[in-house]
Design a protein around this ligand. Structure first.
Ligand code: GDP
Ligand code: MG
Length: 720
């Protein structure tokens, strides 16, 4: 069997010229089987190796828009040439690479002939082919097909590829959260179907979303049930994208491919001559040259994030007070409507003071999500990611690690579960592991109420500033941990990185509202279901078994003594005894005993037994830290008339102070990810070992840092 090499590229990139140069007179013209498109085949012989070259019809894309494209694609997929020489017009690099990227997504072994470098030079365009080759991870050989320059090197590169015969890994590009999720869902469906396809599953899913007619038909013929399932996923994401971005998946996919290409070109691949520079800069490029500038960029970024926090904390104050009043009202109503007993305690302390604490932050969450949606929909978030790219490599992470960090709540209010899944785009296993393990340090939406509560109680003057510090601490901690992990347990090479930069877009009002609403709804839904359930369990753990008879009698006796001996200040004294009894009961409960047992260690970080209960509960979901503190202080509280908010209660409690709050915030950033995230980490890393590792490593790190902050802070050095 002879070795087959296909020549493929955009129309007018010089395929035929190159083909003629390479094959000389040894060519043969026929038709592709079944179609009337001309097929030119020729031989290239060198050092005893005979290559059969096929001049494929010109095409812009691998989606079958035209007969030529269909023929070329069928040839590639069915005949599986040993190598594809992809001819790229150097003067139109961006548009031509669009096809190259698709070959790579299909997993084709390609070698790029960077053709017409002579013409490009005349236009003042110089291309660093070595850099391009390194970034794309495929051979790139500059050629001038017209005079044969570079043809020997090109064929040598193709030969090397054929001889090495390395299996190619399909390129994976992220198409944004919505489409990536749809692709993952579709891949899962395809994987469990019994139908067999010639294409990689991911590629099939992408083509499905691009509504490639041939793929749709092929899939429907192979497995109608699968087709229906894929179709419903495609319809869902199409509708979603129409609603939020006012466009369709195909356009988003093309945008991201171009973004990917632009980011490669931006890294110094194309060098323009000075005099031609001005009119080649597009608006996006011009904005980017400032916004992602090495020096000005980070300052702008900090200012933007600070403005986001300022906006959030300032405007959420008033609606938060409304929500608080609402829950106070509910509490008062429940108090008068229910008779004393277990049910009343469950409703008031477990549900209203527990879940209410989490719900109280809904306005803050809404404003934060709205701000994040603006940053995301305009494309600014992608610039933030772009800037971190540079930093990330020096910490053993990859450029593609930035998105998982941001999705996990890098700026605020994300979730580590999709964040961890976004790490799938990382090809290197070590870098993926490092990302999986450190992305949960970001400040997800569930940690926000914890910070908001403590900031309101102890740093009410500087909310936005403290929030900015928290964000910086979490990034710093994540990067340093990544460095630590990458130089110990997951040591290894770094791979080159490429970062996408989608064009700037004016967000639509509707899109912003929808993004904000979706996120808020998830937060409220979680509070109303999962958090409610956990709150009730924790209430039970904090209520039972109740004080033993002997102790109850002891408090009863104290009350009697006071009543007979002290006619003045009777009410206060009785109240004091009541609250001592309530606290004793809480301490005696199952949760109380657990919390107290941990106190000897946890006090090093300034945490008392109540905080310990909250933190243990927080492993189920981080919001539970707030709801548990709410329940714990509610159970210990005797007078239901008293309507101090949880923040006020903490601020007035002698066991609390700003240093304890700082220590607790640090602990919350770093300690074990919530249960669902741990499951995801284990699944993505392919082993429970890594799930367990993240629990132990993170908690140890968190505790170490908290102890440090508390011990140093207690000396008064921070001035708080
Ligand atoms: P195809 O459509 O890809 O087969 O492209 P052709 O081989 O027909 O080439 C299109 C045009 O580009 C022709 O006029 C070629 O002479 C010209 N061309 C091809 N390669 C080069 C090159 O390396 N440099 C220059 N300046 N022109 C070239
Ligand atoms: Mg031609």
């Amino acid at each position: 069997m002879s070795t087959m090499v296909a020549l493929a590229g955009n129309p007018n990139s010089g395929k035929t010229t190159l083909f003629n140069t390479l094959t000389g007179a040894r060519q043969h013209v026929g038709n592709y089987p079944g179609v009337t498109v001309e097929r030119k085949e020729g031989r290239y012989i060198e050092n005893g190796l005979t290559l059969t070259l096929i001049d494929l019809p010109g095409m812009y894309s691998l989606t079958a828009y035209s007969m030529e494209e269909l023929v070329a694609r069928d040839f590639l997929v069915q005949e599986k040439p040993q190598a594809v020489v992809n001819i790229v017009d150097a003067a139109n690099l961006e548009r031509n690479l669009y096809l190259s990227i698709q070959f790579m997504e299909l997993g084709m072994p390609i070698c790029i002939a960077l053709n017409m470098v002579d013409a490009a030079q005349k236009h003042g365009i110089e291309i660093d082919s070595e850099k391009l080759s390194k970034l794309l991870n495929v051979p790139v050989v500059p050629t001038v097909a017209r005079n044969g320059r570079g043809k020997t090197e090109l064929m040598a590169a193709a030969k090397r590829m054929i001889v090495a015969n390395k299996p190619t890994v399909p390129l994976i590009i992220s198409y944004g959260e919505d489409i990536d999720q749809a692709i993952a869902d579709m891949e899962a469906e395809i994987a469990v179907s019994s139908a067999t396809f010639h294409y990689p599953h991911r590629w099939l899913a992408i083509k499905f979303l691009e509504t490639d007619p041939q793929i749709l038909e092929h899939c429907e013929g192979q497995d109608p049930a699968l087709f229906a399932r894929l179709d419903s996923i495609a319809k869902r994401v199409t509708r979603h994208i129409a609603d939020t971005l006012a466009t369709y998946p195909e356009a988003v996919i093309a945008d991201h491919r171009y973004g990917y290409i632009r980011s490669i070109i931006k890294q110094g691949v194309v060098v323009h001559h000075q005099e031609l520079d001005q009119n080649r800069l597009f608006i996006t490029d011009r904005i980017d040259s400032i916004v992602t500038n090495r020096f000005v960029g980070p300052l702008i970024m900090i200012a933007v994030i600070m403005a986001l926090y300022q906006f959030t904390f300032t405007y959420s104050k008033v609606p938060m007070a409304w929500v608080e009043n609402l829950f106070d009202g509910l509490s008062g109503f429940a108090d008068s409507a229910l008779s004393d007993g277990m049910l009343k305690s469950l409703i008031i302390s477990g549900v209203i003071d527990g879940v209410g604490g989490v719900m109280g932050f809904v306005p803050l969450i809404v404003f934060m999500f709205l701000g994040i949606s603006v940053l995301e929909d305009t494309g600014y978030l992608a610039r933030v990611a772009f800037m971190f790219d540079r930093v990330f490599r020096s910490f053993g992470l990859h450029g593609s690690s930035v998105m998982p960090f941001i999705v996990s709540g890098g700026i605020a209010g994300g979730c580590a579960v999709p964040g961890v899944m976004a790490a799938r785009t990382l090809k290197s296993r070590r870098e993926r592991l490092a990302t999986l393990l450190t992305a949960p340090f970001m400040n997800c939406g569930a940690k926000l109420p914890v910070f908001a509560l403590l900031v309101a109680a102890f740093f009410a003057e500087n909310e936005a500033r403290v929030m900015l510090i928290i964000t910086m601490v979490s990034w710093g901690g994540a990067l340093l941990s990544a460095k630590l992990l990458r130089s110990t347990v997951i040591k290894g090479e770094s791979t080159p990185f490429i970062m996408e930069l989608p064009p700037y877009r004016l967000p639509t009002f509707r899109g912003l509202l929808m993004h904000t609403w979706e996120r808020t709804r998830q937060y409220v839904k979680k509070a109303g279901t999962v958090i409610l359930g956990i709150s009730i369990i924790l209430w039970a753990l904090m209520t039972f078994p109740g004080l033993p008879e002997t102790q109850q009698q002891m408090f009863e006796q104290q009350r009697e003594t006071v009543m007979t001996a002290a006619p003045r200040g009777l009410k206060e004294q009785l109240g004091a005894i009541d609250s001592q009894e309530a606290e004793a009961a809480l301490k005696y409960s199952i949760a109380g005993k657990i919390g107290t047992a941990m106190e000897s260690v946890s006090q090093l970080a300034g945490f008392d037994w109540r905080t310990n209960i909250a933190l243990v509960g927080g492993f189920a979901a981080k919001e539970v830290v707030v709801s548990t503190l709410g329940t714990a202080y509610s159970l210990g509280k005797v007078d239901p008339e008293e309507t101090a908010s949880l923040a006020e209660t903490l601020a007035n409690d002698p066991a609390w102070n700003p240093v304890v709050a700082l220590s607790l915030m640090i602990f919350t950033i770093f300690y074990a990810p919530c249960f669902v995230t741990v499951v995801c980490i284990a699944r993505e890393a392919g082993s429970w070992k890594w799930g367990a590792f993240s629990i132990i490593f993170n908690t140890a790190l968190a505790f170490g840092l908290s102890v440090l902050v508390y011990q140093i802070g207690s000396t008064g050095i921070f001035g708080v």
